[in-house]
Design a binder for this molecule. Structure first.
Ligand code: SF4
Length: 283
């Protein structure tokens, strides 16, 4: 069994390595994480949950102006002060609570020292951070990788979307399954994980969007499985936009109808999504 599986595994590793090389050549180094200190990385990882990085950056700028980008001063800040700083990142009550929970763990388990925290074994640290209320696996892995240089791939929504669309993981694969797939296929190299994840996020933002994939311009187009070229990929389960092979004319025929006007032939989910969008736009 192992003997049969080995070539497939080697092939996947080789393919992912080529994804990385092509992306690095086309998009260049992304310079992640945009932060000056470990604490800033940790705060950024918490603040960017469910929001764009620009909003998290505004919250970090407020924390900096208030002099809170320091573990000791951050621990002394009151809840109200922190909430005022965190507000631009949205969900400010939950995010403030998550920051305070993290600080409480840091104080209790590591005497308030980030150095001591990152001296733990990666597995132990991951387990302890996952037990902190408000820190999910994606946030914890971002902290471990970008603040601690530990080899944990951040298998976020962008990464999962690209791998699903390329037929490498199943559409229903969860965070841990996708991370395990990547860990099996790639050598545990924190620098490479760092850059590869940043490049995949860039592809997700620029080309491989949730409702629409601009495969024609995407650097990963050459790796897309045969029948999917020139296909508008959508998460909706209606047969006309399930991401099955389709012609450019067919895509162009349905895309305006689904995105801008009332869908003519969408399934129930597509119709409900369109009505919600319309309602939001009317407010
Ligand atoms: S835009 Fe197309 S080619 Fe690019 S990653 Fe997404 S599915 Fe693949």
């Amino acid at each position: 069994m192992l003997v049969e599986a080995a070539p497939a595994q080697a092939e996947t590793s080789e393919t992912l390595r080529r994804y990385y090389d092509v992306l690095l050549a086309r998009l260049g180094p992304q310079g992640w994480w945009p932060a000056r200190t470990r604490l800033e990385v940790i705060l950024g990882a918490i603040l960017t949950q469910n929001t764009a990085w620009a909003n998290a950056a505004r919250a970090i700028a407020r924390l900096r102006r208030a002099g809170f980008l320091n573990v000791v001063r951050l621990c002394r800040a009151s809840r109200a002060e922190l909430e005022m700083c965190v507000r631009p990142a949205g969900f400010y009550r939950q995010k403030t609570a998550a920051i305070r929970n993290f600080l409480e763990w840091l104080e209790r388990a590591c005497g308030g020292s980030l150095h001591r925290a990152f001296s733990r074994s990666p597995e132990q640290l991951r387990e302890e951070l996952l037990a902190v209320r408000g820190l999910g696996p994606e946030t914890v892995d971002a902290i471990l990788l970008y603040a601690g240089g530990k080899p944990f791939f951040v298998a976020d929504a962008y990464t999962r979307r690209i791998l699903v669309r390329h037929g490498m993981v199943l559409p229903r694969a969860g965070y841990h399954a996708v991370q395990e797939f990547l860990h099996r296929a790639l050598a545990p190299d924190p620098a490479m994980f760092n850059e590869f994840h940043a490049l995949l996020v860039e592809v997700g933002k620029r080309y491989c969007k949730r409702r629409e994939a601009d495969c024609t311009a995407c650097p990963l187009r050459e790796f897309l499985p045969g029948g999917l070229h020139n296909t508008w990929v959508c998460r909706c389960s209606a047969p006309i936009h399930r991401g099955l092979p389709g012609s450019r004319q067919r895509r162009d025929k349905f895309r305006p109808a689904l995105l801008r006007r009332r869908p003519r032939r969408a399934c129930g989910r597509g119709l409900i999504a369109w009505m919600r969008r319309k309602k939001r736009g009317a407010r």
